[in-house]
Design a protein around this ligand. Structure first.
Ligand SMILES: C[S@@+](CC[C@H](N)C(=O)[O-])C[C@H]1O[C@@H](n2cnc3c(N)ncnc32)[C@H](O)[C@@H]1O
Length: 307
């Protein structure tokens, strides 16, 4: 959501943006697909999934296989997770049927089977029907509030892109974290992200070019007395058209507040991972465990809560 520039740290969305730049499309507001543009501009599961796998293995000495993605929207992360191996499973939770339907259509459809006239299909290779069955068995969408329990314990539960900021009171936040802890296997891990730095609460607009369109992140208002935090994502196009894709009505939570709430919810330990910087002072996509982090205008951290 926020974007990287000098002395800023944010997760390496840069990789996703570079990828998008290679594929130029003629976008315009009319008919633009907000979920497609959101996935391109904001999400980078190709970076998140390896980070989560490495972190879990390091913390727990075994691979994580069963994922729960809260506030999953189109479940883009889950779709990358289950692609790692036939043993990986995922469950996604979201209360809005629209992104869920979009995700099922675009992120979980198996690639069409390749037909070859010269070579008959091998019996040992799965065809598209088999892959579809395998995906259906390994991924479940739950049109439910994130506080709903999981059918069975998960290894890893994630809540990304600050979506848990939808909980505006400490009581609600701790209640959610307690539910998250209860869903985990005994050595399970809950991972969240958090955006901070002095720019995070400024009323400001940031734009970023993403092949064929511009991503606009608008921090519309912040009230220090209550923590109320209104933000918006818009997409702008070369023909000067623009549309509002998402409006967020959140509370801005600081890292210390979130860590305390996780500990009060019963997590044994909370570790923080901060992104390193390049020589130019930009985020380098490499997250390392660090208790204190570094004070700069915008940074992004993963919080890793151990059950
Ligand atoms: C910012 S999007 C997150 C999309 C994606 N997971 C990501 O990481 O970018 C927030 C999503 O949270 C969902 N949501 C908001 N409150 C929720 C709740 N209490 N339970 C489940 N989903 C909720 C919204 O419907 C929306 O799809």
């Amino acid at each position: 959501m926020p974007s990287s520039n000098s002395r800023k740290r944010k997760p390496s969305k840069a990789k996703a943006v570079r990828k998008a730049r290679k594929t130029r499309h003629r976008y315009t507001a009319a008919g633009a697909d907000k979920y497609e543009l959101y996935q391109k501009a904001v999400q980078s599961p190709e970076g998140d999934v390896p980070f989560l796998e490495r972190m879990f293995e390091r913390e727990r000495g075994r691979p994580a296989l069963r994922l729960r993605e809260d506030f999953c929207g189109t479940a883009y992360l889950s779709s990358h997770w289950i692609a790692r191996s036939p043993e990986h499973t995922a469950e996604g939770y979201d209360i809005d049927p629209e992104p869920v339907a979009w995700g099922l259509e675009h992120n979980f459809k198996p690639a069409p089977a390749r037909r070859s006239k010269s070579r008959p299909r091998s019996k040992s290779k799965p065809d598209s029907q088999a892959s579809a069955a395998s995906v259906a068995e390994r991924f479940e969408f739950h049109l439910k509030d994130v506080r709903a329990p999981s059918p069975r314990p998960v290894d890893l539960r994630v809540a990304f892109n600050f979506s848990y900021w939808v909980f505006k009171t400490r009581h609600e936040l701790v209640e959610y974290f307690e539910a998250a802890r209860a869903s985990l296997a005994t050595d399970g891990v809950f991972a969240l992200d958090l955006y901070g730095g002095w720019e995070a609460t400024q009323e400001m607009v940031e734009t970023r070019r993403c092949g064929g369109f511009t991503y606009v992140w608008d921090q519309k208002s912040y009230f220090p007395g209550t923590g109320e935090y209104r933000t918006q994502i818009r997409f702008r196009f070369p023909d000067k058209t623009e549309f509002v894709a998402f409006d967020y009505d959140w509370r801005y939570w600081t890292l210390g507040e979130v860590r305390d709430a996780l500990l009060d919810a019963g997590f044994r330990e909370v570790r923080t991972y901060f992104e390193g910087t390049t020589a130019k002072g930009e985020g380098n996509g490499v997250f390392r465990a660090s208790l204190r982090g570094e004070n700069c205008e915008a940074w992004l951290s993963y919080l890793i809560a151990l059950r």
